[in-house]
Design a protein around this ligand. Structure first.
Ligand code: 0A1
Ligand code: ZN
Length: 864
């Protein structure tokens, strides 16, 4: 048995590095199985302490100080660290190591994807390339020289701007790259191979010229156009919104098929999962175009929030990630529809982060300790981290927020900073003490806010009693109150606002910063009782509990002026109705509610992207969070009954909308995407009807679809409808796209996302299933375990077994991937007894069998 119980790293143990390394030269001689890396660094002592470097899986050929080779007795290599006992105060260290990129299946460090070299160094990949103090607070100027076989690797890229290049004997060539900006090692990047390039340029607001390139597989350059457009839009947006320009003459993006995450913000050389670069109208959905735009933006925005100002240590990860997610969400809101973007962001937050916060893997946005850094790239750090920045803007106002950001950029440029540094800027800008707000970063769990209203008719006075409570989470039993900024408004029920003393334009921000708070609002004598709209635009990441019944919620939905809250009222109504249908399996869905839901869709048809969101019922993952013990299969069938009734109520509209032609020629614009989103919603509802006629309509729509959004929507809707139409669609789709891996990923995912455990197993045995490719593994395993909860958590335990088998195989190659897949078990304690027992057995079996450090960290926390 192999049990690598992770040792925990603690925030309180942080000590600064005793040395500074002003500059480093890296010399790569690329060979698939034996790459030589020669490193030369100028080291300067700045405080007392040992000279220790990190290094993992390196074969050390030579090591010298100031040109004198070290003897084996001069240094120690143990536990992935190289320690040199006696070093001068200033010296040059040279190392020469050999690494094997081809054998690197973990995709961390330097590895090979489709015969080309690429690197991934966040968080601790650089130590798999050379010996180095691999921590973000050691920042250095990098000079890189790469030599390689010219015919196989004609393009050699690294960070910064290109220097000398030329031919070498033996068919080899070399290229040099210089990055003038000091950076931590996690931002180092190298790519080498044969690519096609989509080129363009950008002139910054300072008049500087920037050469832009998107490097992709041969023959695919035109599929990089949208990524390039998104990059230029991002560069312009950061100048206009935050006054920040790009700072090098070159910005390159390289797309790779094998990548553990979405993309990586390496300085001047972003490396992307090809799923977030390549797009063409026939092969990419609107969701793909939107994701490319937002991820290109995200990585570009890191140039200021992450690269120029980086993190002191990995506990501060949210400093760059939460802030950069906030920035990319704002970018998408400005380019597309703000309310639609807000709803999508909250859907994602509730599905992923609220679930995480409510289970055994819950952790604060800035934790005090972690077992494995790779497992800290979570929805809590990213999504809740972004919500906290948004809540800060509500708390201190946009002007103080913008001022604080400028202080941050100006005062902390070139540093490795902390959350405290960041908040000091907003304290300066707003004059407010934000120490209580920072508690949000230290406490895990989603606060629950209860709102009780009392109306005094005689005094025309509304009394609001607001209270907050954050449930216990692992190692945190009690919580202190946090400041919760709730945007609020009083509605007159006729589409307008009621003027209340001190509320500007009918709106205010109530800051609930105690366990309980009472707010009295006095209205003009004789006023009718107003309706309260609260947590408008989802101003704080909390669950709001209100004493509103179905009639009250319907009335509020009709009176609401905030699109987010309109959508949210219907979400609450649908949720309550699904729970009722689960508890009363014989009872039909409530007609009045269903027709109100259908009316809301019709009423908003002029904003089709918003109307499409009104057709989406809360998914099982979200419903799950409110039921203990949770019965995913029961919730799924109750949800399907409501969805079928909803589809029946919209039958005429479905036909009418789908009879109109899809917009041509295809453009990935927000406007066209909105139209297609509503059409896609109608295709989805056609599937929910579940009749043979529906299946044949879907099949004919599938056959004539002119874009991937609709083609995939039809395929998705056909999957749960067994029969010839479905089987033919599955086959035709495969035959048409078998040479396009990104589309075949979708083909796997739609089937795994709606099939049984047997289907998931069959897909994992398909000849195109590839354990070494994270996208393909996720297209089966994550689609099944994270979006198909009824089948994954089936009481017979078969769903758990199939995923556990995939995880065990994946872990041997790629621990970060396996650990991420394991998080799908995070809700196991909430399950009904049979599924709960099966999940426990499977987790214990995995623990017993022995797993990587990353995977063990998740399993042991889940079982705790
Ligand atoms: N910083 C990247 C995310 C990322 C993290 C780790 C990676 O490899 C282990 C790769 C990417 C981002 O926020 O986009
Ligand atoms: Zn990021």
């Amino acid at each position: 048995m192999r049990t690598e119980t992770p040792v925990s790293v603690k925030l309180e143990d942080y000590t600064p590095y005793p040395f500074e390394i002003d500059s480093v030269s890296l010399d790569f001689s690329l060979e698939l199985e034996a790459t030589r890396v020669r490193t030369k660094m100028s080291v300067r002592r700045v405080r007392p302490g040992e000279f220790v470097l990190d290094g993992e899986g390196l074969t050390l050929n030579d090591i010298s100080i100031d040109g004198t080779p070290l003897q084996v007795s001069d240094y120690k290599i143990a536990d992935s660290k190289l320690t040199i006992a006696d070093v001068p105060d200033t010296f040059t260290l040279e190392t020469d190591v050999t690494i094997n990129p081809k054998a690197n299946t973990a995709l961390s460090g330097l590895y090979v994807s489709a015969g080309r070299f690429c690197s991934q160094c966040e968080a601790t990949g650089f130590r798999r390339i050379t010996y180095w103090p691999d921590r973000p607070d050691v920042m250095s100027r990098f000079h890189v020289r790469i030599d390689a076989d010219k015919a196989t690797y004609p393009i050699l890229l690294s960070n910064g701007t290109p220097g000398k290049a030329g031919d070498l004997p033996g068919g080899r060539h070399f290229a040099e790259w210089d990055d003038p900006h000091p950076k931590p090692s996690y931002l180092f990047a190298l790519c080498a191979g044969d690519y096609d390039v989509w080129r363009d340029s950008f002139t910054t607001m300072n008049g500087d010229h920037v050469d832009l390139g998107v490097y992709v597989d041969k023959g695919q350059a035109d599929r990089a156009e949208w990524a390039m457009e998104s990059l230029k839009a991002s560069m312009k947006w950061d100048e206009e919104r935050f006054g920040r320009a790009y700072d090098l003459g070159v910005f390159n993006i390289v797309a790779v098929r094998d990548f553990n995450f979405g993309a990586m913000e390496n300085k001047g050389l972003n490396i992307f999962n090809s799923a977030y670069v390549l797009a063409s109208p026939d092969s990419a959905t609107d969701a793909d175009f939107e994701a490319i735009e937002s991820i290109v933006g995200h990585e570009y925005f890191h140039n200021w929030t992450g690269n120029r100002i980086t993190c002191r240590d990995w506990f501060q990860l949210c400093l760059k990630e939460g802030l950069t997610v906030f920035r990319d969400q704002e970018f998408s809101s400005d380019l597309r529809s703000r309310p639609v973007q807000r709803i999508k962001d909250v859907m994602r937050l509730r599905a992923r982060q609220f679930a995480e916060d409510g289970g055994p893997l819950a952790h604060p946005v800035r934790p005090q300790a972690y077992g494995s850094i790779d497992n800290l790239y979570t929805a809590t750090v990213y999504e809740k981290g972004a919500e906290l920045i948004r809540a800060l803007t509500v708390l201190i106002g946009d002007d103080a927020f913008n001022k604080g950001m400028q202080i941050y950029f100006d005062e902390y440029d070139g540093t490795a900073s902390t959350i405290e540094d960041f908040y000091s800027c907003f304290e300066k800008a707003s004059g407010q003490d934000l120490s209580q707000f920072r508690l949000w970063y230290a406490q895990a769990g989603t606060p629950e806010v209860t709102v009780v209203e009392e109306w005094d008719e005689a005094k025309s006075e509304l009394t609001l009693t607001l209270s907050q409570k954050t449930p216990p989470t692992p190692k945190q039993d009690t919580k202190k109150p946090v400041p919760i900024p709730l945007r609020a408004s009083l509605l007159d029920g006729k589409g307008g606002h009621v003027e209340a003393g001190g509320w500007q334009d009918g709106e205010t921000v109530i800051v609930l910063d105690e366990a309980e708070k009472t707010v009295k609002v006095n209205l003009a004598k004789g006023s009718a009782r107003p309706l309260l709209s609260i947590n408008r635009e989802f101003s704080a990441p909390v669950r709001v509990r209100r004493d509103l019944d179905k009639a009250g919620l319907l009335k509020l939905a009709a009176a609401e002026t905030d699109p987010f809250n309109i959508w949210d009222c219907f979400q609450s109504l649908a949720k309550t109705e699904i729970f009722r249908l689960l508890d009363e399996p014989q009872s039909p869905p409530d007609d009045a509610l269903v027709s109100a839901m259908a009316d809301a869709v019709r009423l908003n048809e002029s904003d089709p992207a918003f109307a499409a969101l009104l057709t989406v019922l809360p998914d099982v993952g979200e419903l799950f969070q409110d039921r203990e013990p949770a019965d995913p299969a029961g919730l799924d069938s109750a949800r399907k009954r409501l969805r079928k009734a909803f589809a029946e109520a919209l039958a005429g509209d479905i036909t009418r909308i789908l009879e109109q032609p899809s917009p041509t020629p295809f453009k990935p614009s927000a406007e066209q995407a909105g139209t297609r989103a509503l059409r896609g919603a109608m295709i989805g509802l056609t599937g929910a009807l579940g009749t043979p006629e529906a299946a044949s309509q879907l099949k004919s729509h599938f056959d004539s679809a002119s874009n991937m959004t609709e083609s995939l929507a039809c395929l998705r809707s056909l999957i749960p409808l067994p029969g010839k139409a479905r089987d033919e669609a599955i086959e035709t789709f495969y035959a048409r796209w078998k040479d396009n891996p990104l589309v075949i990923d979708k083909w796997f995912a739609v089937q795994a996302g709606q099939g049984t455990a047997e289907d998931a197993r069959r897909l994992s045995e398909h000849p195109d299933f590839d354990m070494s490719n994270p996208n393909r593994v996720r297209s089966v395993a994550a689609a099944f375990s994270m979006t198909n909860l009824a089948a994954f958590h089936a009481p017979d335990g078969k769903g758990h077994e199939v995923i556990a088998d995939i995880i065990q195989r994946a872990d041997k190659l790629n621990p970060a991937l396996a650990a991420r897949l394991l998080t799908s078990f995070e809700q196991w304690k909430k399950l009904e007894p049979k599924a709960r027992a099966s999940a426990k057995t499977v987790l214990e079996r995995l623990q017993e069998a022995g797993l990587s450090k990353n995977a063990m960290d998740i399993v042991s926390r889940a079982l705790d």
